[in-house]
Ligand binder design. Structure first.
Ligand code: LLP
Length: 431
C-alpha cells in the first residue's frame, strides 16, 4: 500500500498503525482523524538523526506545527528534543500551555501585532523569525523595557521558484514573506538589526515552498543564502551562526507521487552546504529545517461514513460522506489529490468511478474527483489516506459542522488527543 503503516486484515478491513479502522470508526464515531504517533516520531527521528549526522553541531529540525497543531503534538516534539516553529499567538499559547520549552520555539509571521510581540516575549520565546522593519523596532522596544536582548533570525526571500502549487510557493522575490536579497532590502534589515540595542541577530531564514520532491531547490536556496552570509560578513562584519532552510519536502499522497528518502536528500543538501561554506571561507552555520508535512502527513488518516450514493445517469456518481471541506479543505483550495478506500471492503477491487462529496451547502465541497473506489453503499466507512498535514489544522466550523476528534495510536493502543466538538461547543461564544 501507499505507506507501510497501512495494511488489510483477514476480515478485509483496512488497518492503520496496526488497528482495524472499521472498529475504530465504531468506537469513536465518524468523521474521525487518526494520528499514528509512532510514525510521527519515526519521521521526526529521520530528520533529527540525518541532520545531526550530516550537518553536525546543533543542527536539527523544527516541527512546523501549523501542519498539525494541538497540545499533544508539542509534547511529542518536546520529548523528541525537537524545536518548533509557530506562526500565531494561538499556536504560541498552545505550545506554552502544553509545557513546550519556549526557548526552543521560533515565532514566524509576516504581520505580528504589538500584542503578539509582547505576548511572545512574555512567554520567553527563543527566537523571532523577524519579517520586517516595523516588527524589529517593536521587538527592540519591548525587549528594552524588559531589559533583555531578544534573539532573532531574519526571514529573507532568496528568489527561488520551486515549481510547486502557486499558493504554497513562498520564496519568490515578490512574496509577502521576508525581505528580498535581490532588492537590497535584506541589507537594510541586517543593518537595522545590528544597530538595535536590544536585538541579537543570530542568522537567517528562508522557506521556498511546500510539497517539493527534489533537493535541488533547497541546494539553490542554500547557495544564495550562504553567499549572502559571506556578503554580510564582508560588508557588515557579522557572521551568521544559524541558517534555517525552511520546510517543504513532499509527501506521497497517491500512487503517482514519488517516494522520497529524506535522509538521503538531507545528506545531499549537507554536502552541498559544507562545500559552499568552504568555498566562501565562512564558518559552517547551525543548519535548521522546518518540516511539517513530511513529519505528519503519512501519520494521518480520516474516516467517514458513506451516506448518499447518487448516480446522475450519463454523468457521474457522487459518494457523499459525513464530513468534507470542513475537515479537509485541500481539494477545494488546491485540488490536492488523495487516495481513498472503503475501509470495510479494502480487499475488494475498485470498480466505482466517482466524486467524493462533503456535506456542506457548497458545490465546491469535494474531497476528490475521478476517484476509483470499491463499490460504495450507505453505511460503509470511507478512509482518506495521508491526511495528517493541513487537515485538522485547517479544519473549520463552516455550516456549523463540529470538528472531528483526533485519536492517536501508539504501540497499538488508541487514545483521544483532541475530543470531538459538540453542538454546545459551536454555540459557546455566542452571547
Ligand atoms: N516553514 C515555513 C516558514 C512555512 O511557511 C511552512 C509552510 C513550513 C515551514 C512547513 O512546510 P511543509 O514542510 O509542511 O511543506 N496549507 C498548505 C501548505 C501551506 C504551507 C505553508 N507553510 C497545504 O495544505 O498544502
Amino acid at each position: 500500500m501507499l505507506h507501510d503503516n497501512l495494511s488489510i486484515n483477514k476480515e478485509g478491513h483496512l488497518c492503520f498503525a496496526g488497528l482495524d479502522t472499521v472498529l475504530l470508526a465504531k468506537k469513536y464515531g465518524t468523521p474521525l482523524f487518526l494520528i499514528d504517533e509512532d510514525r510521527v516520531r519515526k519521521n521526526a527521528r529521520t530528520y533529527i538523526n540525518a541532520m545531526r549526522k550530516y550537518f553536525g553541531g546543533d543542527s536539527g529540525p523544527l516541527l512546523a506545527s501549523k501542519a498539525l497543531c494541538f497540545s499533544e503534538m508539542y509534547r511529542i516534539a518536546a520529548s523528541e528534543g525537537m524545536r518548533t516553529d509557530i506562526v500565531s499567538p494561538g499556536e504560541l499559547y498552545i505550545a506554552h500551555k502544553s509545557g513546550f520549552p519556549m526557548g526552543r520555539a521560533f515565532f514566524h509571521g509576516n504581520n505580528k501585532t504589538d500584542e503578539d510581540i509582547a505576548y511572545a516575549i512574555e512567554c520567553g520565546i527563543g527566537y523571532f523569525v523577524a519579517d520586517n522593519r516595523e516588527e524589529l523596532e517593536e521587538i527592540n522596544r519591548v525587549a528594552a523595557k524588559k531589559g533583555i536582548k531578544q534573539k532573532i533570525i531574519l526571514r529573507l526571500s532568496p528568489g527561488i521558484d520551486p515549481h510547486t502549487h502557486a499558493k504554497i510557493s513562498t520564496g519568490k522575490v515578490d512574496s509577502k514573506f521576508g525581505s528580498a536579497i535581490e532588492t537590497g532590502q535584506a541589507d537594510e534589515m541586517v543593518q537595522l538589526s545590528l544597530s538595535l540595542e536590544n536585538i541579537a541577530l543570530d542568522g537567517f531564514h528562508c522557506h521556498i515552498g511546500s510539497q517539493i520532491f527534489e533537493c535541488e531547490p533547497f541546494c539553490d536556496a542554500a547557495d544564495i543564502m550562504l553567499s549572502y552570509v559571506a556578503h554580510v560578513k564582508e560588508s557588515f562584519g557579522f557572521e551568521a551562526k544559524t541558517l534555517n532552510l525552511g520546510g517543504g519536502f513532499g509527501v506521497r499522497y497517491v500512487e503517482e507521487d514519488p517516494y522520497i528518502d529524506y535522509a538521503e536528500n538531507i545528506k545531499k543538501i549537507a554536502s552541498h552546504v559544507n562545500a559552499k561554506c568552504e568555498a566562501l571561507k565562512i564558518n559552517k552555520p547551525t543548519v535548521l529545517m522546518e518540516p511539517g508535512r513530511s513529519i505528519v502527513a503519512d501519520a494521518g488518516m480520516t474516516l467517514y461514513t458513506v451516506g448518499t450514493v447518487k448516480t446522475i445517469t450519463g454523468y457521474k456518481t457522487y459518494v457523499s460522506i459525513d464530513g468534507g471541506m470542513t475537515d479537509n479543505p485541500r481539494y477545494a483550495l488546491y485540488q490536492s489529490k488523495y487516495t481513498f478506500e472503503i475501509a470495510n471492503k479494502a480487499s475488494e477491487e475498485k470498480v466505482l468511478d466517482c466524486t467524493v462529496a462533503g456535506r456542506c451547502c457548497e458545490s465546491g465541497d469535494l474531497l476528490g474527483e475521478d476517484v476509483k473506489l470499491q463499490n460504495a453503499e450507505r453505511g460503509d466507512i470511507l478512509a482518506t489516506l495521508v491526511t495528517g498535514a493541513y487537515n485538522y489544522s485547517m479544519s473549520s466550523n463552516y455550516n456549523k459542522i463540529p470538528r472531528p476528534p483526533v485519536v492517536m495510536i501508539s504501540g497499538g493502543v488508541d487514545r483521544v488527543a483532541v475530543r470531538r466538538e459538540t453542538y454546545a461547543d459551536l454555540a459557546r461564544l455566542d452571547v
